[in-house]
Design a protein around this ligand. Structure first.
Ligand SMILES: *Cc1c(COP(=O)(O)O)cnc(C)c1O
Length: 402
C-alpha cells in the first residue's frame, strides 16, 4: 500500500486494531464502477475477480444501488419473527432458476452458513446414525466447523481438531472411489459443480450423473454447493445444470446479491419438510435490506441473460488466452476460469506472484493454485476490457520470464 492508502486504512502503527487474519492487504479500494476499482490514490484497476465471484453486475450498479438505498430509507430489519416483502419473490425466482421441481428456500447470510444449514438438514432428514457426509478432496465449503469438516483440504483442518465427525473426502471425479466410500452411516454428499477455491476444477458430467444414480439407489441426499459456481457464472444458472442432474439441496451465496451478504439453501419439497419451526435460525437471515439487493440483482441477471453473457465472454477469453505460449490450458466454464501457466512462463515464480504483478499493472486476479490464475470477471465486462486485462496478464508474465 502507498502512504495515502495506509493513512486511509488507519490500521498501521505499533498495534493494528484489526486481527492479522488476512495478512497485509496490498491495496485499499475506495470506489468502484462497473468492472473498475479505484484505490485511495485514485488509481484505476480492472476487476477480474469480483470480490471472489460476487459482484457479477459490477460495482455500484445503478439498479442495485437504487434498490438498496430505497430499502435503507424504508425498513432494514425486523427479524424472522415477521415476514417481509422480498422473501417470497426472491425464493420464487430461485426456485424457478434452479428448475428442479418444486422446492423451498431458507435464507442465510453467507456460503458457509448455507452449507451449515444443508449439513444440518441432512442430519434431520436422514436421522441419527445416517449423519455421514461425503465430499471431494480439494473442495471448499466454508469455515464454520461443519463446513470446514466438509472441506476436502486436510491442512485447513489441522489447527482446529477435533472437528465434527462423519465426514470423509474422496478423489474428485472418481465414481468408483465415491461408491467405495459409502458406508451405512453416510446420508448425503456435497459437491461443487466446479471446484472454485480448489483450482477451478469442473466436475465431469458423467461423474455427476453417476453420483446422482448412486444417491437414488441408496437414498442419499445430493447437495450441490453452488456458492461460487451459481447465479449464471458458469454459463448456466447453476453448474449442475450442465450435466442435467437433479439436486436434492442447493446452496448459494456469492453472486446472489451483488455484494450484499445473502446466502440461501434450496431443498426439494420433501427434504425441505424435515426442518420444522425451531430447528434452525439466524437473526439477520433474509432481512429486507440484504434481500432488496438480491431481488434487484436476480432481476438484472435475468434481464441480461447472465448465463448467455458468460458463455460469450468465455469464448472471447479463450480466443485470447489459449494461443499464448505462456498458457498451458484454460479450464473452467463461463466466467469462472483457471489459467494454467507453463513452467517457462512461471520462471520460478508462483501464480500468486504473477497476480501481484498484475495488480501492480492495474488488474485484479488471484493465484488459485501455485501454477494457475483464477479469472472471475463481472458479466458486464466489455470486449475492450477483456483485451486490456489479457494484455496485462501477458505483460506481467513477460516481466519475470525475460
Ligand atoms: C466461498 C465459498 C464458500 C463459503 O462462503 P462464505 O460466504 O465465505 O462463507 C462455500 N462454498 C464455496 C464453493 C465457496 O466458493
Amino acid at each position: 500500500m502507498t502512504a495515502a492508502q495506509a493513512a486511509a486504512w488507519g490500521a498501521t502503527g505499533d498495534h493494528s486494531p484489526l486481527m492479522d487474519n488476512y495478512g497485509s492487504p496490498p491495496r485499499l479500494f475506495v470506489k468502484g464502477s462497473g468492472a473498475e476499482l479505484y484505490d485511495a490514490d485514485g488509481t484505476r484497476h480492472l476487476d477480474f475477480l469480483c470480490g471472489l465471484a460476487v459482484t457479477g453486475l459490477g460495482h455500484a450498479h445503478p439498479a442495485i444501488t437504487e434498490a438498496v438505498a430505497a430499502q435503507a430509507g424504508t425498513l432494514t430489519h425486523t427479524s424472522n419473527l415477521f415476514a417481509n416483502e422480498h422473501q417470497a419473490p426472491v425464493a420464487e425466482t430461485l426456485n424457478r432458476l434452479i428448475d428442479a421441481g418444486s422446492g423451498q428456500v431458507l435464507f442465510q447470510n453467507s456460503g458457509a452458513e448455507a452449507n451449515e444449514a444443508a449439513l444440518k438438514l441432512v442430519r434431520k432428514y436422514q436421522g441419527r446414525g445416517r449423519h455421514g457426509v461425503v465430499s471431494a478432496l480439494r473442495s471448499f465449503h466454508g469455515r464454520t466447523l461443519m463446513s470446514l469438516a466438509a472441506t476436502g483440504q486436510p491442512e485447513k483442518h489441522e489447527p482446529f481438531q477435533p472437528l465434527p465427525e462423519g465426514f470423509r473426502h474422496v478423489v474428485w471425479n472418481d465414481l468408483a472411489e465415491f461408491e467405495r466410500s459409502l458406508t451405512p452411516e453416510v446420508g448425503g454428499v456435497i459437491l461443487e459443480s466446479v471446484q472454485g477455491e480448489g483450482g477451478v476444477n469442473p466436475a465431469d458430467d458423467n461423474y455427476l450423473r453417476g453420483v446422482r444414480q448412486i444417491c437414488d439407489e441408496r437414498g442419499l441426499l445430493l447437495i450441490f454447493d453452488e456458492v461460487q459456481a451459481g447465479m449464471g457464472r458458469t454459463g448456466a444458472w447453476f453448474g449442475f445444470q450442465h450435466a442435467g442432474v437433479r439436486p436434492d439441496v442447493v446452496t448459494m451465496a456469492k453472486g446472489i446479491a451483488n455484494g450484499m451478504p445473502v446466502g440461501a439453501m434450496w431443498a426439494c419439497d420433501d427434504v425441505a419438510a424435515a426442518f420444522v419451526p425451531g430447528d434452525h435460525g439466524s437473526t439477520y437471515a433474509g432481512q429486507p435490506l440484504a434481500l432488496s439487493a438480491a431481488r434487484a440483482t436476480l432481476a438484472e441477471l435475468e434481464r441480461i441473460d447472465a448465463p448467455a453473457v458468460a458463455r460469450a465472454h468465455e469464448a472471447t477469453f479463450r480466443s485470447l488466452l489459449e494461443p499464448m505460449a505462456a498458457v498451458d490450458h484454460v479450464r473452467g466454464r463461463g466466467l469462472l476460469l483457471g489459467v494454467e501457466l507453463t513452467p517457462e512462463a512461471l520462471a520460478g515464480r508462483k501464480a500468486g506472484d504473477i497476480a501481484r504483478a498484475c495488480l501492480d499493472r492495474g488488474l485484479v486476479v488471484n493465484g488459485v493454485t501455485p501454477t494457475a490464475l483464477r479469472l472471475a470477471p463481472p458479466f458486464i465486462v466489455t470486449d475492450e476490457q477483456i483485451a486490456e486485462g489479457v494484455e496485462i496478464i501477458g505483460a506481467a508474465i513477460a516481466e519475470g520470464a525475460a
